[in-house]
Write a protein that binds this ligand. Structure first.
Ligand code: FAD
Length: 423
């Protein structure tokens, strides 16, 4: 079997690694000159030297929002360290170590941008790639395609009355790098997901006033510095001010959109049988395998997960079926499975389409389902437990939670180090 992996971020690396483990002939195309995707910090914003949009949304000061104990790969954990919440440079170094340890680099064609992935009549895939250095294109055929292009690069902006009237600066978190531009400014941070909360805190060190605007029903309880206030959604922008849902208005200099990203696969031909509907990628079996064309797989769609471990699990899952070590269910059975999941998420849990791939507290069941369905090794439950603990700590104490230190004891248990013997 010959497989194309699109993207050499952490998902693509896991995909290549698992292909090699199964002696599958694999080629990975990566449009930049580095592995690591999101974790590669690029000071510039806008376009790169080849005129392509800059992929990474990484900012300079970033420390992980999960402890390193849940951020490794199942067979390649992040080594011991004096702290649990690492700087972005340490994660990137780790991904490069992983790449070299498993000898993945030779399989990656850097500065190769996939422009088209299209199914052929012979049930194969045609992949058209631009060699960015030579500015030439070529086509190759594959039996399977693993899409590993990430989903934090195409900014999503809310519909907002008066946006074009506002005379100040408007910026999406995709283009945020350092807090200097916020010095002494009055800023509205739009959105209170993990990055909105983190960035409100970060820019509050420089800004005069930060208004964290969101539509959560409750006030966020975490204790912010005194120059950060919370308000319900902005409903309108005027020349120099923002109007909020409660009818109040504030003079502001910058609107900072932390409103997330769109799932985007610009290279996928319409005939691939998968579409994106408000960030729900469908029809897919178990958030991974294209139901209409099962030789198409997406590694890394779910969010609020133990990302690298899940990528590894999803790649192992896909290969079990591609290599016919297990029979794929019928198309009808896969569609029925997806329908059950939709009913559960939309009707029972009240999720929106944008939350279709959201895991969080559901992640443990999802991992077990993948592993058991494919009869492959499960992820240790301790990952889910520690992920959930860390997410709660983030919400409770945004300012201090990164000081926590953990150690995994076994597949079920972890300890918080400072709670034990003060070490
Ligand atoms: P990416 O890392 O985005 O990699 C995709 C790769 O595909 C890129 O290298 C890109 O250049 C390449 N590519 C895209 N299109 C093409 C194409 N057409 N042709 C060729 N190559 C292409 N997760 C955590 O677990 N902990 C954290 O603390 C954390 N912090 C985060 C902070 C920020 C600011 C962001 C944006 C994300 C964070 N994440 C975090 C999530 C993070 O994105 C995932 O952990 C993970 O790195 C995603 O990996 P990926 O391989 O799916 O995508």
């Amino acid at each position: 079997m010959r497989v194309a992996v699109i993207g050499a971020g952490s998902a693509g690396l896991a995909g290549i690694k698992q292909c090699l483990a199964q002696s599958v002939d694999v080629v990975c195309y990566e449009k930049t000159d580095k592995v690591g995707g999101t974790w590669v910090y690029v000071p510039e914003t806008g376009k790169d030297a080849f005129g392509l949009p800059i992929h990474s949304s990484m900012y300079d000061s970033l420390r992980t929002n999960l402890p390193k104990e849940v951020m490794g790969f199942p067979d390649y954990p992040i080594p011991e360290n004096s702290r649990s919440y690492l700087h972005r440079t340490e994660i990137l170094a780790f991904l490069n170590d992983y790449c070299d340890h498993f000898k993945l680099r030779d399989k990656i064609r850097f500065l190769h941008n996939v422009e088209l992935a299209e199914p052929t009549n012979e049930k194969k895939w045609k992949v058209r790639v631009r060699d960015l250095r030579q500015n030439t294109t070529s086509e190759e055929q594959f039996d399977g395609v693993m899409i590993c292009n990430g989903h934090y690069f195409d900014p999503s902006l809310p519909a907002l009355k008066g946006r074009e009237l506002f005379k100040g600066q408007q910026l999406h978190s995709h283009d945020y790098r350092v807090p200097d531009t916020f010095a002494d400014k009055r800023v509205v941070v739009f959105g209170a997901g993990p990055s909105g909360m983190d960035l409100a805190l970060e820019i509050s060190k420089k800004a005069k006033r930060v208004i964290l605007s969101h539509h959560s029903k409750e006030t966020i309880l975490t204790k912010f510095p005194d120059n950060v206030v919370q308000k319900k959604d902005v409903v309108e922008l005027k020349e120099n001010s923002a109007v909020f849902q409660d009818g109040s208005a504030e003079d502001v200099d910058i609107i900072f959109y932390c409103t997330g990203y769109k799932y985007s696969f610009p290279f996928l031909s319409e005939s691939c049988g998968v579409r994106v509907d408000s960030n729900m990628v469908t029809p897919l079996w178990k958030h991974v395998i294209g139901i209409e064309r099962p030789t198409l797989a997406f590694i890394g769609l779910p969010f609020y997960v133990c990302a690298f471990s899940m990528f590894d699990l999803q790649a192992r899952f896909v290969l079990r079926f591609w290599l016919k070590q297990r029979d794929l269910p019928s198309r009808e059975a896969m569609l029925a499975d997806e329908k059950r999941e939709m009913d559960d998420r939309f009707n029972k849990r009240g999720f929106t389409k944008r939350q279709f791939h959201m895991m969080g507290p559901l992640q443990g069941d999802y991992y077990d389902d993948l592993a058991d369905t494919a009869a492959i090794e499960r992820l240790p439950p301790v990952l889910t437990k520690l992920h959930n603990e860390s997410s709660n700590r983030f919400l409770d104490d945004l300012v201090h939670y990164r000081e926590d230190r953990y150690r995994i004891i076994d597949s079920e248990n972890y300890i918080q180090l400072d709670a034990v013997n003060g070490n």
